[in-house]
Design a protein. Structure first.
Length: 323
């Protein structure tokens, strides 16, 4: 059973906030909490101004005393599970993980256990009191690479604000079908597919989505790209690459038909046929640390299966060049 944690915060309305709306004043006085959370606490009667409950839009004035009862409720009925995590960095505020392909990040229908969230609760039980156990951004189940997790409310708020301001630096490596001539940018809104609701698609009424990409290596029928996200929509890179007609190798949803180079070796054919997940890896992550305000960046090499794919594609080019 989840147990709420309660604490009482007290502040006085300064002269600079005289006549300000209550929710705006609280956002300044208690900046560690989001505006939406503070508004909900006002509506729940957890905020008093001179011992009276007000509405979010009510005005407050110099010298009034504000009391805020902070209720931190554990999130969901998630269970801590002893599952190995590849932690590349951690301190009192954040944890940076290198997620393996095949690991689900957050519990959902069909995946209530065995997820990264379950593993995090075992590694750091205090995450039970942070929204979504500190997870502020995700990777698809079969995408590998770097993720950052907030260990407390202050860090969570900072990371969410960085995401909203598009100041996270996130780069991916992707192997796509087709030989791409040059890099570029895709600026195309993404939303639910109008017919197949489990898929995402480029749609006019979708949310803004911007993806930058450049060609790292070219092979005979494929390309290795370095992709940088400006926004973070569901399946964004996978959808945008398919939209360009360069779908990601192995993508079971957006990848299209298998493509083999002409007269390729049986080894390359086997590697391509047996690559059953999207060849997508979050290789670089950069953030501003929530406490020190220092810019920090981490790098991650592709996992063994994706490295084998790249190495075999390179070898195929060498063998053809020697002939």
């Amino acid at each position: 059973m989840n147990t709420p944690h309660s604490s009482l915060l007290i502040a006085e309305i300064p002269e600079s906030m005289d006549g300000m709306r209550l929710d705006q004043a609280l956002a300044n006085l208690f900046s560690e909490f989001s505006r939406s959370r503070l508004q909900q606490w006002i509506r729940d009667g957890l905020v008093e101004v001179d011992e009276k409950n007000l509405k979010p839009r009510d005005r407050v004035y110099t010298g009034q005393q504000v009391t805020l009862q902070v209720i931190e409720q554990q999130q969901g009925d998630w269970q801590a599970e002893s599952i190995p995590l590849d932690i590349v960095y951690e301190d009192a505020a954040i944890i940076v993980l290198d997620k393996a392909p095949g690991m689900v990040v957050h519990p959902a229908a069909g995946n209530y256990s065995g997820t990264m969230l379950n593993a995090l609760l075992h590694h750091a039980p205090e995450l039970a009191n942070v929204p979504r156990a500190g997870i502020v951004h995700r990777l698809d189940k079969d995408t590998s690479g770097l993720l950052v997790v907030a260990r407390d409310i202050n860090a969570h708020k900072s990371l969410v604000e960085q995401l909203q301001a598009r100041s996270f630096d996130r780069e991916y490596l992707a192997v796509v079908n087709g030989v791409m001539a040059a890099g570029g940018t895709v600026d195309a809104a993404i939303g639910r597919h109008p017919v197949q609701r489990t898929r995402m698609a480029v749609v006019s009424q979708g949310k803004p989505a911007v993806t930058h990409y450049r060609v790292e290596e070219r092979y005979r029928a494929h390309s290795l790209l370095r992709v940088k996200l400006e926004t973070g929509r569901t399946h964004q890179i996978r959808v945008h690459m398919a939209y360009l007609h360069y779908p990601i190798v192995g993508d079971p949803v957006y990848g299209g038909r298998l493509k083999l180079p002409a007269s390729c070796s049986s080894q390359l054919a086997d590697v391509l046929r047996n690559f059953r997940r999207q060849a997508l890896h979050a290789t670089s992550l950069g953030i501003t640390h929530p406490v020190s305000n220092e810019y920090m960046q981490w790098q991650s090499l592709p996992p063994a299966d994706m490295q084998l794919l790249v190495d075999t594609l390179r070898q195929d080019v060498k063998e053809v060049t020697r002939e």
